[in-house]
Write a protein that binds this ligand. Structure first.
Ligand code: C2E
Ligand code: CA
Ligand code: CA
Length: 742
């Protein structure tokens, strides 16, 4: 044993090269004597009794005829030397047998020594060459000493041939194995293939494990040694960390192979050390049954080297694949990977109906613009984690675009509401609390769907429709959806054109003081008259504008126009408050408060005469984004009203922080007032809340006298609705206002 063997944990450990050199277990050489005279066989045995050649004893077997010899050779291929009588049944029987051994039986390795009684029967040179005959002797020549030297040289020849053949055999096997291994494109697949082939090389069952060391690999996330593949007895080691397996001889042998960077032979098995150029060294471990180092050390070394090179190659492929299929930010599979998964499900349909859900974060680009990429990235990682937590092993989660995620799997696992709930809790990033919501586009997998890519596109169509319907929406793909999408796209083009051609306009709905009926304000509402003369309702085109980004221009235009109108009316003696609706995407435009400030200054309207209406869900969605914006507006002196109040999720504390000027009771609660109970209670509570917080309350959608009376009785400050006036065109305003004053 070498002295440089470090900290051998057990005496049974040796390095593989030493084990090979030690040459364990010595079966005898088998020597066949073919002679029709039994005495010759007996004499040969006698002469060689107790003799060992090249460290192994001799075993003699006898055949009395060529036929017998042939049968014997077929059953005992291990025969190393054949002592053959030239003349037996016939003069040519010996040489005929030689021809049969070499050609018919195909035995090339056994060394053949011809013996003859008479000197005159020497075979021709040609035959000696053709049949690879080692020696030719006259029987009387073969004394004990001569026989010993003749057999020694024959056995040496046999041994060399056997080694060459086994090496060639191994090399062929390894070459094949290597070609097969290179077709693996992931490390686990490679490792399993390697272990199986290694076991094959040793001719044993595969009780084996492949351990990879991430320690020196720069891009490995977990730097600990990990079992990449495990087979047979060690199957339950799969994917475990080596240090988590617990102390056992196998782990010790593997650790020793890593630390000495050599292949280690232990009693429990053989640990092959596979160095790596990329830093992820590995050890392939074969259990005891496999691990006998019967192979020539050179072959073994060659195998180790080649395997190590192949492993590096596979690792490279894996990294490339990784780059192509894994999203770098969240480590989730990307769109290409998802498409492949779906392709797989189309080829081999899983049990039960399958569904694809696209999950798109509402307003993400604005959030990102407001807080910067770093926080945006952290949010996306957070979303990825939540989605992963929602998925079980049957569901594949992916990130298919910037803020669009996907989940694919059994239909019953992909109910949008379950996934939406996962995102309800606000995300905490850098002490900021940011609430997110998502919209969902779903599509069922059908055999008619051509490819994963196509299914994802269908999912996008559904998602697009969901996004058009506003935040937290869900839509499923259908042919109607496809038509609807086309219709929406057409509409959006129309809206753009209408905006460019100034075919959009504002109407103004009066807001009155509840007690006196006096007009105190106007709400500006957008209108679009389409080419065919019909009015397209804002509920339809505003979401379109939001989703396409057009709302930024539209909103700025509406703000300026409404301010202008307020100024013009003021000059005519109607000093009214002007309320303008602002949606989330407008609010999120960086510098929104500057835009308002400039519009006020240009138009010449005192800030106090402007009120911004934002819906409750927007106001509460991401207080960390919205609060600073609203605070800045309030500093300017602009009023803030919370629209559609009662439909969102305000908490008292967030309302206090928001400190709006006005709560606007949603139309649905006003509608319920006549019922005297049920939702009438909600309007009542909102008015009560306003009183508690010192906020003014306005009710919208007041259509009947009964509603008006009830609201007045409850103490609501202001009212708006068809009972007083529908939204009015700009020409109709002065007349209506004049009529009110009288
Ligand atoms: P909103 O802010 O809640 O506006 C009130 C809606 O209720 C208006 O619908 C108005 O015409 C309608 N309404 C008023 N009184 C009554 C009533 O007594 N009964 C009933 N049934 N309805 C009444 P409109 O004009 O169709 O606007 C719909 C929504 O479109 C608005 O809801 C607002 O969210 C959005 N919107 C309108 N103009 C703009 C705008 O300039 N910018 C933005 N961002 N959104 C706008
Ligand atoms: Ca409004
Ligand atoms: Ca409203």
């Amino acid at each position: 044993m070498s002295q440089d063997r470090p900290d051998a944990a057990e005496d049974s450990l040796v390095f593989a090269s030493e084990a090979a050199a030690a040459g364990r277990g010595c079966p005898p050489w088998t020597i066949l004597v073919v002679d029709d005279e039994p005495d010759v066989f007996a004499a040969t045995c006698m002469a060689m009794r107790g003799v060992e050649i090249l460290g192994r004893p001799l075993e003699f077997v006898h055949a009395a005829s060529a036929r017998e010899a042939r049968a014997l050779l077929q059953s005992r291929p291990e025969v190393a030397v054949i002592l053959l009588d030239v003349v037996m049944e016939s003069e040519a029987a010996g040489l005929e047998l030689v021809a049969c051994i070499r050609n018919e039986l195909g035995l090339k390795k056994p060394r053949i020594i011809l013996r003859t009684g008479q000197p005159g029967y020497a075979p021709e040179m040609q035959a000696i060459r053709d049949y690879d005959i080692n020696d030719y002797r006259i029987k009387s020549e073969l004394t004990r000493t001569r026989l010993y030297t003749v057999l020694t040289s024959a056995l040496r020849g046999y041994q060399t041939l056997a080694a060459v053949e086994s090496t060639r055999h191994d090399l062929e096997y390894l070459l094949r194995a290597q070609t097969e291994l290179l077709s693996a494109n992931t490390m686990p697949a490679f490792a399993v293939g390697l272990l199986e082939r290694l076991a094959g090389l040793f001719g044993a069952a595969a009780d084996a494990a492949f351990v990879s060391d991430g320690r020196r690999a720069q891009d490995a996330e977990d730097h600990r040694r990990r079992v990449v593949a495990a087979l047979g007895r060690y199957a339950d080691w799969s994917w475990r960390r080596l240090d988590a397996i617990g102390p056992c001889p196998e782990v010790r042998v593997i650790e020793l192979a890593f630390s000495t960077r050599r292949t280690v032979q232990g009693e429990c098995g053989l640990a092959m050390y596979l160095p790596s150029r990329t830093g992820a060294d590995a050890v392939a471990f074969l259990g005891a049954a496999c691990a006998t180092a019967r192979h020539a050390p050179e072959v073994f070394d060659l195998f180790v080297q080649n395997t190590a090179v192949a492993a590096d190659g596979v690792r490279l492929v894996e990294r490339l694949r990784d780059a192509a299929y894994v999203d770098g930010l969240t480590r989730l599979p990307n769109r290409s990977a998802l498409a492949e998964t779906i392709d797989g499900a189309l080829r081999v349909p899983p049990d039960g109906p399958q569904r694809l859900l696209l999950i798109d974060i509402d307003q993400f680009s604005e959030i990102n613009e407001t807080f910067g990429d770093r926080i945006g990235d952290a949010l996306l990682r957070g979303v990825a984690q939540r989605l992963m937590a929602q998925a079980d092993s049957s569901v594949r989660v992916a990130r298919v675009a910037n803020d669009t995620f996907a989940a694919f799997g059994p239909q019953d696992r992909l109910v949008p509401a379950d996934w939406a709930r996962r995102l309800d809790e606000p995300f905490e990033v850098d002490e900021l609390q940011i609430a997110l919501s998502a919209s969902f586009g779903g599509v069922e997998l059908t055999p008619e769907c051509g490819s994963g890519g196509e299914l994802i596109k269908m999912g996008y169509s559904a998602l697009k429709r969901a996004k058009q319907a506003g935040h937290r929406s869900v839509a499923f793909y259908s042919h109607e959806v496809a038509t609807e999408i086309k219709e929406r796209t057409r509409l959006l083009h129309g809206l753009r054109a209408a905006f460019d051609q100034q075919r959009l306009f504002l109407v103004y709905q009066p807001q009155v003081e509840a007690a006196s009926g006096r007009t105190v304000g106007l709400e500006a509402l957008m209108r679009w008259r389409a080419d065919d003369g019909r009015l397209v309702p804002p509920d339809r085109f505003i979401p379109l504008a939001e989703q396409s980004g057009l709302i930024k221009d539209l909103g700025a235009w509406a703000l300026r126009l409404a301010i202008h109108r307020a100024v013009v009316l003021g000059e005519a003696g109607h000093r009214l408050r002007m309320a303008v609706n602002v949606s989330m995407s407008q609010l999120l435009v960086p510098g929104f408060e500057r835009l308002v400030e400039e519009a006020l200054a240009e138009g010449g309207l005192p800030p106090q005469r402007l009120e911004i209406e934002i819906t409750e869900s927007v106001a509460m969605q991401s207080p960390d984004i919205v609060l600073p914006r609203l605070a800045a507006l309030k500093r300017l002196g602009v009023g803030v009203a919370i629209d559609d109040f009662g439909t969102g999720y305000s908490s008292l504390s967030s309302l206090e922080k928001l400190a709006p000027d006005r709560l606007k009771i949603d139309r649905s609660f006003v509608l319920g007032l006549e019922a005297e109970q049920g939702s009438s209670g909600i309007a009542e509570m909102i008015i009560e809340l306003g009183r508690t917080l010192g906020l003014r309350v306005i009710a919208e959608g007041v259509e009947t006298e009964a509603q008006r009376q009830r609201l007045v009785a409850l103490g609501c400050h202001e009212l708006q609705g068809y009972l007083f006036s529908p939204p009015l065109a700009v020409d109709a305003l002065p007349g209506w206002l004049a009529g009110q004053q009288t």
